[in-house]
Design a binder for this molecule. Structure first.
Ligand SMILES: [Fe+2]
Ligand SMILES: [Fe+2]
Length: 198
């Protein structure tokens, strides 16, 4: 059995009753809406702080995706899935560029990027794509919430609208590139160890 599944089984047998992936995604979006976002908006410089956080988040997911491509690319089930990942990586590079430009326009500074951390649940093409698919799902929930918030400046919303369709494409692409067993098992294990994927 692959180490990932041993870890999942250990987590599930020793931890509290495991949440389903759908419940985890819902809980992560709820936390964002009810806790993290109101907390962000209490900061005096929240627009710039938020955009800086997105720059770091987009760079992190880009690094994770490059790691999946470079380390596990040979495990991709089809050439189509490999090409999809290449297309997603190119779009994430665009997101980093768009949010960095927005941050500079707002008068902010590009944050120093700490070395990207690669989760220990990322041990195969399938687990990487499954974590990424769930991460994109959570990201879509966050973007939808921000687009409905009247306090978010139009300048920021325009960039969010610009990336929304691409993030939807990423969610579908990663879901197709993995398998249903991994999609169902990897997230409870990841959540138990690290919290929500971003
Ligand atoms: Fe992105
Ligand atoms: Fe994405």
């Amino acid at each position: 059995m692959e180490p990932l599944y041993r870890e999942v089984e250990r987590t599930l047998s020793t931890g509290s009753p495991a949440m389903t992936p759908a419940a985890i995604v819902e809980e992560a979006i709820r936390r964002f809406r009810e806790e993290e976002w109101p907390e962000m908006k209490r900061q005096p410089d929240w627009v710039r702080t938020y955009v800086a956080r997105v720059v770091v988040g987009e760079k992190d997911s880009l690094a994770m995706m490059c790691h999946i491509r470079d380390t596990f690319g040979h495990e991709a089930p089809s050439e189509r899935d490999r090409r999809t990942l290449d297309a997603i990586i190119a779009q994430e590079e665009g997101h980093v560029a768009m949010f960095s430009a927005l941050l500079l326009e707002l008068g902010g500074q590009i944050p120093d990027q700490p070395k990207t951390w690669i989760p220990n649940t990322l041990i195969s093409w399938a687990s990487g794509c499954a974590i990424a698919a769930r991460g994109e799902e959570i990201r879509l929930g966050e973007i939808t919430h921000l687009l409905a918030d009247n306090d978010v400046p139009e300048q920021v919303k325009q960039v969010l609208v610009g990336i929304l369709r691409e993030e939807e494409f990423h969610q579908r692409g990663f879901t197709r590139a993995t398998d249903s067993y991994t999609l169902e098992t990897v997230l409870p294990c990841y959540w138990e160890n690290h919290g929500p994927p971003r």
